[in-house]
Design a protein around this ligand. Structure first.
Ligand code: PHE
Length: 340
């Protein structure tokens, strides 16, 4: 019912109107609700627009005052709406940020843990060997993979002009170091640090510039061994090598010794084992060359020793009947899971 008296009433009861519209603005809690409210209050047919129109029916003396008051209310409502819309938008952005926020330091979610990793077969055998050697009084040592030319070649009696260098080409760094071509580099490091008598093994990754095939890989593993003591001779060497193979394979192995040339041992041997109907080159070894001892300040008339370079990759291949060395580095789960 739109009577004159009600119009006058609504136009004059402005403070009531102000309170109720501001309350509506205060309780609207989404940007959409507030926009809707803006239309309902200030739109063409909005409540405040309507009230403004109704002022015309007021007596002139009241009209001016009421008009000013109503304009103030409109301004106030507009400001309140804008403020509320801005704070709702801010809240929405904050909520979005919260829900999308990831703490990268938290442990990964459970499903990823349903399949745990396992030790690589090379690691497993290496650790087994370390235990065997420890039980025989050997100390396990480590050395750098990026090695000085001195330790990899020079100190091992392989000078720059030596043809043996051609057989062991590798990757060189621009500052003249190289990726070690054999674990023998650890021999001299150990001789420098430790006093004889000593027994060490040094397992590790080696690198060579190779033509790749099933038995040659640019990256492979060896385990260096060295024993320095008084009166060490070839029978000691052979005894140790046989014992070593017995520990590794769990039974006596058929072996053969061939002369082998390595500049840092004299005499040097290739020790092969009989495996699946053929001889397998597994354990190059020899008596430590006096020059190697002397270059580390050890009196070779007092001390002698033997050294060997166990082909760890090759041994693991033998043990698990792996027919291609490239599987080791392939990261192929079908391969890796077989050793779980
Ligand atoms: N370092 C030699 C190689 O990698 C192997 C070896 C080690 C030979 C110790 C004798 C003694 O070919």
């Amino acid at each position: 019912m739109d009577t004159d008296s009600s119009r006058v009433e609504s136009a004059t009861n402005l403070s009531g109107l102000r309170g109720s519209v501001l309350a509506l603005v205060a309780v609207a809690d989404t940007e959409e609700a507030l926009e809707q409210l803006r239309t309902e209050l200030l739109g063409k047919k909005g409540q405040l627009t309507q009230a403004m129109k109704e002022l015309g029916s007021l007596p002139v003396e009241q009209r001016k005052e009421a008009g000013q008051a109503l304009n103030l209310i409109k301004t106030e409502v507009e400001q309140a709406l804008s403020q509320r819309i801005a704070s709702c938008a801010a809240e929405r952005r904050e909520a979005a940020l919260q829900s999308e926020w990831i703490d990268v330091t938290l442990p990964v979610s459970a499903p990823l843990f349903t399949s745990t990793g396992t030790q690589h077969c090379l690691t497993r055998v290496r650790r087994e060997l370390e235990e065997i050697f420890r039980s025989m009084g050997f100390r396990v040592v480590d050395g750098p993979e990026v090695e000085k030319e001195y330790y990899n070649f020079e100190a091992l009696n392989i000078p720059a002009t030596h043809p043996a260098r051609d057989m062991q080409d590798t990757i060189w760094t621009t500052d003249g170091n190289l990726l070690r071509t054999h674990t023998s580099a650890m021999q001299v490091r150990a001789l420098e640090r430790l006093e004889p008598p000593l027994r060490i093994v040094g397992p590790g990754r080696c690198f060579r510039y190779e033509r790749l095939d099933a038995s040659h890989e640019h990256t492979f593993y060896q385990m260096e061994g060295m024993m320095i003591d008084r009166d060490v001779s070839i029978p000691n060497l052979i005894y140790f090598m046989k014992r070593l193979l017995r520990e590794i394979f769990g039974s006596e192995q058929k072996i053969r010794l061939r002369p082998g040339y390595f500049p840092f041992v004299e005499p040097g041997f290739e020790l092969d084992i009989w495996f699946q109907g053929r001889w397998l080159e597994l354990l190059p070894c020899g008596l430590v060359h006096p020059r190697v001892l002397e270059s580390s300040g050890i009196d070779s008339s007092q001390w002698q020793g033997f050294a060997f370079g166990l082909g760890l990759s090759r041994l693991v291949m033998t043990r698990y009947q792996i027919d291609d060395i490239r599987y080791f580095q392939s990261c192929d789960l079908r391969f890796l899971k077989q050793f779980a």
